[in-house]
Design a protein around this ligand. Structure first.
Ligand code: SAM
Length: 333
C-alpha cells in the first residue's frame, strides 16, 4: 500500500535534516546571531526512521539541514542509507535515490567519499556569482572560493545531476540573474532560482521582497532566448534551456505559482519531528515514539496517521497566512 495522504497525493520524497547548525548566516534565512538550536540525533535513529519510511513507499531521500556536511559521520550514514531497498514485490527491491542539499563550503573534500558511499546527486546553494556579494549575503568571509571548489569537485566525482540553487531577494541579488545564466553555461550546471519564502528568522519577508518567476524570465530573456522544457508534474522547478542548447536554468516559484497540489514530500527535522509541509504550524514527534520503545509496525502506523494530516496547500500572501512554527534552518529546506 503506497503512502498516500487524504488528497490522494503519494508521498515518495523524504527530507531529513541531520543538524540545524549552520556555518553560514544567509540574510534570507538566519539572523546575524548564533540563534537557538533544537539539536540533532544519533545517525542510528535517522536510519531507523528512513528504513521504516522506505518500507512504506519512500523512494527518494534528501539530506539537508542546517548544514548537513557539518555532521561528522555523514559519509557512513550515506553508505548505510544506500543499503536500503524499496519493496517492489519481487523480493530484491531497488536502491533509494539519495541526494544532498549543502552550502558547498565543505564539499570539495567530501564529494568523492560521498559518491563512493552511494550519494547520487547534490544541490549546492549559492546566491551570487560575485564574491563580494556572496560574502554580503552569507555573512561569512572567503566562502565563495570554497563553494566553487565544492561544485567543481562534485562534478568531477560524478554527482549528477548537479544543481545550484539561488534564492533571489530584492535588494540583495536580483542583479545576479544574468550572471547566473552565464555561470550555468560555463560550468555545465543547472542553476535554479528560488522565490524567497516567509521562512526566515528575522521576519523581513513581504511580497515586495520576492523576485517572481515572470520577472526572472523577463530578465534572463534580455540575455538569451529561453525554451521551456516539459517537466514532470511532481517536479518543483519549471525548466528552461537556452535557445542554442547550451545551459539549463530552473525556477522554483512557490509564491507566485504554488505547486502544493503535486507535493510528494514529508520532512524529518534534526530533532526527529515529522513536518508535513514547510508551512506547518505544528510538527509530529516521531522520535518520542521511538523513545517509548514502539515497534517498527507501530512507528509505521504513527507515520500513516501523520500523513493523513498533511496540509492541502500553503497560504503565503493570503490574509489568513500564519507563519510556520519553525524557520527554514530548523526545518531543513
Ligand atoms: N545549508 C544547506 C544549504 O545551504 O543548502 C541546506 C539547508 S538550506 C535551509 C536549504 C535551502 O533552503 C537552500 O537552498 C536555501 O537557499 C533555501 N532557503 C533558506 N531560506 C529560504 C527562504 N526563506 N526562502 C527560500 N529558500 C530558502
Amino acid at each position: 500500500m503506497p503512502l498516500t495522504d487524504k488528497f490522494g497525493r503519494a508521498i515518495t520524497d523524504l527530507r531529513i535534516s541531520i543538524t540545524d547548525r549552520c556555518n553560514y548566516k544567509c540574510v534570507y534565512c538566519r539572523t546575524g546571531n548564533e540563534g537557538a538550536l533544537y539539536g540533532d540525533l544519533p545517525f542510528s535513529d535517522y536510519l531507523r526512521m528512513a528504513r521504516v519510511l522506505v518500507g512504506m513507499g519512500i523512494t527518494k531521500i534528501r539530506l539537508t539541514g542546517g548544514e548537513p556536511l557539518l555532521r561528522k559521520g555523514v559519509v557512513e550514514f550515506v553508505h548505510n542509507l544506500a543499503q536500503l531497498r524499496t519493496p517492489n514485490g519481487n523480493g530484491c527491491g531497488d536502491p533509494v535515490d539519495i541526494a544532498l542539499t549543502t552550502n558547498g563550503h565543505l564539499l570539495a573534500d567530501l564529494a568523492q567519499p560521498l559518491k563512493n558511499a552511494g550519494l547520487i546527486r547534490v544541490t549546492v546553494s549559492m546566491d551570487a556569482v560575485d564574491p563580494d556579494r556572496f560574502t554580503r549575503i552569507t555573512r561569512v568571509p572567503n566562502g565563495y572560493d570554497h563553494v566553487l571548489a565544492g561544485i567543481r569537485a562534485a562534478r568531477r566525482a560524478g554527482l549528477w545531476p548537479l544543481k545550484v540553487n539561488c534564492v533571489l531577494m530584492r535588494g540583495f541579488n536580483e542583479d545576479q540573474i544574468i550572471p547566473f545564466g552565464m555561470f550555468a553555461r560555463e560550468e555545465g550546471v543547472t542553476v535554479r532560482f528560488i522565490e524567497f519564502m516567509p521562512l526566515e528568522e528575522d521576519r523581513t519577508w513581504s511580497p515586495a521582497t520576492v523576485v517572481t518567476l515572470d520577472e526572472i524570465l523577463a530578465r534572463m530573456g534580455e540575455y538569451r532566448p529561453l525554451v521551456e522544457i516539459p517537466h514532470a508534474r511532481s517536479e518543483t522547478a519549471r525548466r528552461y534551456r537556452f535557445d542554442d542548447g547550451v545551459g539549463e536554468i530552473g525556477i522554483i516559484a512557490p509564491v507566485s505559482h504554488p505547486f502544493c497540489g503535486h507535493c510528494s514530500r514529508i520532512r524529518i527535522t534534526s530533532d526527529g519531528k515529522i513536518r508535513t509541509c514547510l508551512f506547518s504550524v505544528w510538527d509530529h514527534d516521531l522520535h518520542a515514539q521511538m523513545r517509548r520503545g514502539v515497534s517498527d509496525e507501530e512507528l509505521a502506523d504513527f507515520i500513516r496517521g501523520v500523513v493523513q494530516k498533511k496540509e492541502e496547500r500553503h497560504h503565503i500572501g493570503e490574509p489568513d497566512f500564519v507563519p510556520a512554527s519553525r524557520t527554514m534552518v530548523h526545518i531543513g529546506g
